[in-house]
Structures are given as structure tokens and as C-alpha cells.
Design a protein around this ligand. Structure first.
Ligand code: ZN
Length: 147
């Protein structure tokens, strides 16, 4: 089984949707960015707790479709413990995957399971929402989002 296997990818997305990693943001000590994807109705907040350049913790909350929630869970799992530089690199690889450019699957962990979404135009925004919020938390403007 591999990430490029359709069923494996679907199961992994379902697993992150049903058992989200890093769900719930504590009120204290977290910097938060909230983004909306109007076309689908997704609203996701991402909260990060940074110690110097290290992401000590990164969490999410909100409501969204399965793709949006699974992607947020995968993102939190992947970026936790990384330096902001490493985390931004991961976020850039994810953007490349979603825009069908050459990317490195090794960097993306479970998020590689979302590759197939890049062919489903209306769902791309669902998949990238949490990553855009993370990019903003890391000091970078996310991709254009309909607000
Ligand atoms: Zn959605």
C-alpha cells in the first residue's frame, strides 16, 4: 500500500477526519489565525505556540468538510516540533502539490494522501485553508483565498 493508492489515501483522509490530531486551541499562549472558505462553508482557526523559531505546538479548530478538517489535522501533525523555516518549506511543498507542480512527497507525511484533490478544483481551497492559516502564523501571506 502507498499514498498513491486511491483507497489507502481515502482511508487516511477519513482517519484524520474522524480522529483529528491537534484539535482544540487553548486560550492562553497561542497566536491564532482564522480563515474562511466561503464557497464550501469551511471555517478553520489555526493556533501556534512558538518558542523562538520552534513551533512547540500547533492546533486547529472550526468546522468544515472532511477534506478541510483532514488537511488541518495532517498539517498540525506534520508541523508540530518543526522550526518555522522547516514548517514553511513543508507548506510550500503542499502548495506545489495542490498547484500540480513538481514536489517532494517525502516532506509531506500523511498530507501526501491529499494529492488527488488537486484535480478537484472546488476542493483545492478546502485542502489549502489550514495551510494558508499556518503560513500567516509563520509570517507569510497565504495563497489568495476568497473571503
Ligand atoms: Zn470544504
Amino acid at each position: 500500500m502507498s499514498y498513491s493508492d486511491d483507497n489507502f489515501a481515502k482511508e487516511l483522509i477519513l482517519d484524520h477526519y474522524q480522529d483529528p490530531r491537534g484539535k482544540g486551541i487553548p486560550k492562553e499562549g497561542y497566536e491564532t489565525v482564522t480563515l474562511k472558505n466561503v464557497s464550501c462553508g469551511d471555517i478553520i482557526s489555526v493556533g501556534a505556540k512558538k518558542d523562538n523559531e520552534i513551533i512547540e505546538d500547533i492546533r486547529h479548530e472550526g468546522t468544515g468538510c472532511s477534506i478541510c478538517c483532514a488537511s488541518a489535522s495532517m498539517m498540525c501533525e506534520l508541523l508540530k516540533g518543526k522550526s518555522t523555516t522547516e514548517a514553511l518549506k513543508s507548506a510550500h511543498e503542499f502548495s506545489k502539490m495542490m498547484t500540480r507542480q513538481k514536489f517532494d512527497p517525502e516532506i509531506l507525511g500523511d498530507a501526501y494522501a491529499l494529492e488527488g484533490i488537486n484535480k478537484l478544483l472546488p476542493r483545492i481551497k478546502c485542502a489549502t485553508l489550514a495551510w494558508n492559516a499556518a503560513k500567516q502564523l509563520l509570517g507569510e501571506q497565504g495563497d489568495q483565498c476568497d473571503e
